[in-house]
Ligand binder design. Structure first.
Ligand SMILES: NC(=O)NCCC[C@H](N)C(=O)O
Length: 260
């Protein structure tokens, strides 16, 4: 079964107060523009055949639009994250309600473990988890224990230069891992199937289907590279989310082919 359903969460009007770690804080986050960009992102998912569920908006949680960080979904199991930043811990509650309502089994990362969904890259039975920022060793161990019965091979990898593993690398539909060289701690993890892309945000793709990726319009040279490889590339402007250290992956949780 190939269902395509995604969880999304509307931006908080306080999103400009969210966390920034590796970039300068911007004082000109435009909430009205962010809402329009978020809607265009959701529209792009719909245009590609995806349906969506909105997790209940939370104005008091500035980073809640980055719903990907709230969980890791694998097969029929949703592992609810325990965000590495205290300020983001309360985001998981409503996200859990939404994924439970879709029929997923639920597990939790527990203290002292921390794990952000943005640190988890999955492809074909392999699950790479970024260590060094928001996710700790205990979080990786717990995720490994939850996913082992499902046959997943969980591999910890270093992340020091950017916020999350998926701020550094994501995977194209054929499993090629894409990253902007200067921001990837150890590209040898993916030796033989790593593609260096010319722009930071060129490293961020959402796989819409076997031949199509969604990415930010801020990486035109990387988009051209992917098109040369035969992919269809859909682009969206997410400038207001990039100011808050977000990228296209963080704005949704993709649910592929399970429960209902
Ligand atoms: N998965 C992601 O890369 N999420 C982006 C989170 C950005 C947010 N401002 C944060 O620092 O947590």
């Amino acid at each position: 079964m190939d269902t395509r359903h995604a969880l999304v969460r509307p931006p908080s009007s306080r999103m400009g107060e969210g966390l920034v770690t590796h970039i300068e804080r911007s004082d000109d986050v435009d909430y009205g523009l962010a809402v329009r960009q978020w809607q265009a992102y959701v529209d792009a998912l719909h245009a590609a055949g995806w349906t969506t569920t909105e997790v209940e908006a939370a104005d008091e949680l500035p980073d809640s639009v980055f719903v990907e960080d709230a969980m890791v979904v694998y097969g029929d199991l949703a592992v609810i994250a325990r965000p590495g930043a205290d300020e983001r811990r309360a985001e998981t509650e409503a996200a859990e309600v939404a994924v439970r309502a879709r029929g997923y089994r639920i597990a939790h990362i527990e203290a002292p473990g921390t794990l952000d969904g943005g640190d988890v890259l999955k492809h074909d039975g392999r699950v790479w988890v970024g260590l060094g920022g928001r996710t700790n060793e205990a979080g990786v161990e717990q995720l490994r224990a939850h996913l082992a019965p499902l046959g997943a091979d969980v591999i910890g990898v270093p992340v020091r230069k950017v916020l999350h593993l998926k701020s550094a690398v994501t995977a194209l539909p054929d499993g090629t891992v894409v990253g902007h060289g200067p921001l990837v701690d150890d590209p040898d993890v993916w030796a033989g199937h790593f593609l260096d892309v010319p722009e930071e945000s060129g490293a961020h793709v959402v796989v819409l289907d076997a031949g199509t990726v969604l990415m930010a319009s801020s990486a035109p040279a990387s988009a051209a590279l992917f098109r040369e490889r035969g992919l269809d590339v859909v682009t969206v402007d997410i400038s207001e989310f990039e100011k808050m250290e977000g990228c296209v992956t963080c704005l949704s949780v993709r649910l592929r082919g399970v429960p209902r």
